[in-house]
Unconditional design. Structure first.
Length: 678
């Protein structure tokens, strides 16, 4: 047993995730259990191979008695009964039972399967262990039946947000039921231990592997199918060890917090795809565990979790990701495929800010990369030249450039991303000053003018909220959670801030299970169809980012109230989906099964609650904001060769640097500069 991987395991009996959201990943291949079965498998994706229609059915035969594994929900002898499942980073373990007294005697078996996606090859291994509880020696056979369906060789540049579909029906190469092929793809079924005599009380192990490869080529096989399992487990062990060495560890006695933090970290780790043919290693994919989203969206990765991702990737891989986006066309495309090519014409208005945010996260965490300064300046100029101006504000166009809502309202000149734009100019000014350039005042003045225009033109005093301005003069107030991003970007006066915060209450933006992307009091725009951005729930990272925003603004009580509403996710989801509802512990089944932005739950603790704020000059600010209950310790934040530990309880904090306590007392700002602290 691998104790490190067990630490990150999740018992799926507790899961409220839709069944089509459950999958296993090696970050090279993904496969999913066939719902309701103990041994069945449904679908496999391993770029460039796609076999979404693949179905592997398994049947046991014990002393001539066929025992089906179909998820039969009828009465009497339904075959193998699904009893348990555990998700682990490297596999899904399922347990089933069969116990029937027949005329010829008792037939009783415990069946455990382990579904392990392959590393270094496309496909998966299924290990099945059968324990004979029948009280007598029993001949047991395991009989796989594979339906390959349509298969496709999908160029790396064509992997996008949705799982690849289509392809050609596979044809059998012989009558053994072990090899199928299209013009481009070969599918091979391998078996070990097909039939065994099993003594009473003993266990027999059977293995089946399904391998995807190029047509006309036999797969390169290991000595034992178990070697493939070990390869995936070893790869995952390395990844988690790296993550634990790079990210701070959380210890707390607050129920639910540690589980939420750990599942948040896992949500990021299962998106870091590794493949020798990908442009960069790892690729911060938007999702991938269901075969969709094996590509990178800047807003999800670089935007929402840029701070945590820079910590996790380190300086070299973070810089590689930035250059990956530059070379792929950050100014021209909405997302990037595994081969580095850009997808679709430029759309999301948050992409350029996300790129800038990730660069800034790299700079403050690991040090400035000087040759990126002109790149960042050019990135900001793209929108200035491409978009229509309304004075100092930019018109960002229709909703597909913004929140992709299901009704009109958040369009054209809006507070966010104009506020993000002002933030970028301020950071560009900081960089200019750091590099000794004489452009800082110009950028600073530009940022100030944008913020002034947001306050004067977009703030509706009567509504106490921002409005959208359309080119024809139409004005619309939409109570979108994006308004709080304007607060995070420093675009709000104290009066505006107070008005925004008054809406963070139950029945408006807050639900018992999170936050709503649109206030439930906004009758024009709130609906249940699209939790992502139109109400009834929110995008994966939105609730935690709101909490981080509130901690950053000094509203620790409200931040904790928002944050703790998400703890059900740590208790009931193996990893965080693209979006979830806020009034019930549930995620919509028709959206992506996971999202890298789920890592924002951990990020909010590090950079919000613990108040860790790395500075461009190499100093570190720490201003802890303890929750109103319990003890929280954040251990092992690494910064410029130093280790920072933060301990918190109501009204008290202590900060240590390299094992030496440098502050303890009431929460206050601690500055660490070159080993000194004030």
């Amino acid at each position: 047993m691998n104790d490190l991987l067990e630490l990150y395991s999740f018992n799926l009996r507790k899961s409220v995730a839709p069944s089509n959201h459950i999958g296993a990943t090696s970050l090279y291949s993904v496969a999913a259990p066939l719902d309701g079965t103990v041994m069945g498998v449904k679908g496999c994706y391993s770029p460039p191979y796609a076999a979404g229609e693949l179905a592997l059915h398994m049947r046991l035969e014990a002393d001539g008695l066929p025992i089906e594994d179909t998820g039969n929900r009828g009465k009497e002898d339904c075959g193998l009964l699904f009893a348990d499942a555990v998700w682990r980073p490297d596999r899904i373990v399922r347990r089933g039972t069969y116990h029937w007294l027949k005329e010829s005697g008792l037939y009783s078996f415990k069946v455990v399967s382990e579904l392990v996606p392959l590393t270094g090859a496309g496909g998966f291994v299924l290990t099945v262990r059968v324990t004979n509880r029948s009280g007598r020696r029993m001949p047991i056979r395991l009989m796989p039946s594979l339906q390959p369906g349509r298969m496709a060789l999908v160029p790396l540049g064509d992997w996008n947000f949705s799982p690849p579909t289509g392809g050609e029906p596979a044809r059998a190469l012989d009558d053994t039921g072990t090899r199928w092929e299209t013009d481009a793809v070969r599918l091979t079924l391998l078996r070990e231990g097909e039939a065994q005599e099993v003594e009473a009380g003993q266990e027999a192990a059977f293995r089946v592997a399904v391998v995807l490869g190029a047509a006309g080529q036999e797969p390169t096989l290991p000595d034992r199918l178990a070697d493939w399992e070990e390869r995936t487990s070893s790869a995952w062990t390395r990844r988690i060890r790296h993550a634990e060495a790079s990210l701070p560890r959380l210890e707390t006695d607050i129920p639910g917090l540690e589980d939420y933090y750990r599942r948040s970290v896992v949500s990021g780790l299962i998106c870091l795809w590794e493949h020798p043919e990908f442009k960069i290693q790892p690729l911060p994919s938007v999702s991938g565990i269901d075969g969709g989203g094996i590509n990178s969206y800047p807003w999800d990765a670089a935007g929402y979790v840029g701070q945590m991702l820079a910590l996790l990737l380190g300086p070299d891989q973070s810089l590689a990701y930035l250059r990956f986006m530059v070379e792929g066309g950050i100014d021209r495309h909405i997302s990037f495929a595994p081969d580095g090519s850009g997808h679709e014409p430029f759309a999301y208005s948050y992409s350029l800010w996300s790129f800038f945010h990730f660069a800034w996260s790299l700079f403050v965490q690991h040090g400035v990369v000087e040759d990126l300064y002109p790149v960042l300046s050019k990135v900001l100029a793209v929108d200035e030249e491409r978009l229509e101006h309304r004075g100092e504000l930019l018109d960002y166009g229709k909703q597909h450039h913004l929140l992709e809502m299901r009704s009109s309202g958040f369009e054209h000149a809006v507070a966010s991303p104009n506020a993000e734009r002002a933030w970028c100019y301020d950071r560009l000014a900081d960089l200019a000053e750091h590099l000794g350039l004489n452009e800082a005042s110009r950028w600073r003045e530009k940022a100030a003018r944008i913020r002034k225009a947001i306050a004067e033109e977009l703030w509706d005093e009567e509504a106490g909220w921002f409005r959208s301005l359309y080119p024809d003069g139409h004005k619309e107030v939409i109570y979108s959670i994006q308004a709080y991003d304007a607060l995070r970007m420093g675009a709000c006066t104290p009066e505006m801030e107070a008005a925004l915060l008054s809406h963070l209450r139950d029945g408006a933006f807050l639900g018992s299970c999170g936050v709503s992307s649109i206030s439930a009091e906004d009758e024009l725009h709130y609906e249940l169809n699209d939790p992502d951005w139109s109400g009834s729930g929110s995008f994966a990272g939105e609730g935690a980012i709101l909490a981080q925003t509130l901690w950053g603004a000094g509203h620790s009580g409200l931040a904790w109230d928002v944050y703790r509403r998400h703890f059900w996710m740590g208790a009931h989801l193996p990893y965080f989906p693209q979006e979830h509802y806020c009034d019930r512990p549930m995620a919509p089944a028709h959206k992506r099964a996971n999202n890298i932005a789920g890592m924002s739950g951990a990020q909010a603790v590090v950079f919000g609650m613990a108040g860790i704020q790395p500075q461009l000059d190499g100093s570190l600010h720490v201003f802890p904001q303890p929750p109103e209950e319990g003890n929280v310790s954040l251990l092992g934040y690494l910064f410029r060769g130093r280790r920072i530990d933060v301990h918190m309880r109501p009204g008290f904090c202590s900060v240590s640097c390299d094992g030496r306590t440098i502050y303890e007392g009431a929460p206050d700002l601690v500055t660490i500069d070159g080993g000194s602290a004030t």
